[in-house]
Design a protein around this ligand. Sequence first.
Ligand code: NAD
Length: 273
Amino acid sequence: MIKLLILGPTGNTCRLISKLAIEDEEIEVVAACDISHIDEELGFVVGVNDSNKIRITDVNNLQDVINETRPDVVVDFTVAKATEKNCIKCVENGVRCVIGTTALSEDFLTKMEELVKENSAPAVISSNMATGVNILFKMASLLTNYLGDWDIEVLEAHHHRKLDSPSGTALTIAKNISNSLGVKLEDVAKYGRDKGPNKRQVGAKNEIGILSVRAGDIVGDHTILYAGSGERIELKHQAHSRNCFASGAITAVKFIAIAKENKIYSTSEVLGL
Ligand SMILES: NC(=O)c1ccc[n+]([C@@H]2O[C@H](COP(=O)([O-])OP(=O)(O)OC[C@H]3O[C@@H](n4cnc5c(N)ncnc54)[C@H](O)[C@@H]3O)[C@@H](O)[C@H]2O)c1
């Protein structure tokens, strides 16, 4: 049995992860911490029968929770500021992390690289745990090898409550494309084409446009547009529900529980792509 700690179990994505984890025979949810629904029964909040009757604990008591429940793995889909504090604490206590939260800082990622080695606690950190999106990443790298001299733009659309822009997934796609082109993303990224006196609105050769839409309850759409003279190709992924992220997170929990190398894994590695 994998002893699992859940951070942010009442959020839109982690609610589904909590449900799948409670129902999974290989996983025992030992604790769940959040800033809301404190003391409420996790199973009741996420709409599933939890025979362990775990109650949601205030995340400020995380160290006590770790000491009392000794989890093997933690799964975190919260907000970057909280992840950066809480997951450092988890890894320092030897807990293996599965982190889906986006907009994490470079400083945090560098620190995690060190801590997973020091504490022999490997982690999965991934901006998108859906299988289809990870296959899209691979296809974009392949297509870029053929179409490097075409205009390439990354378009994403999400619900209007999303905190970060562009999405972590759009940034991962753009990074993969720039790697395939052999250039640095910061040298070629063009974020939006705003109106304004000093903003360039026309496109330019050798740039990757990264454009965001925020509307309604769109779960997550990503399109990579390759446009040449008189023709174009679009690679598109659309998430119909958050189930694809939740089931990907559970796969990552099972993978990291037995991972041998003390390093940070991507979802591509989890899926063996
Ligand atoms: N990697 C992926 O596959 C994937 C998929 C979907 C969403 N995401 C990312 O996951 C994150 C959460 O997305 P969401 O749509 O579920 O958000 P949400 O706003 O619905 O949920 C956020 C959760 O975090 C909790 N929270 C806030 N502050 C906290 C703190 N200090 N400590 C503990 N918990 C805290 C909230 O109470 C809530 O339960 C975002 O960064 C999003 O981009 C990643």
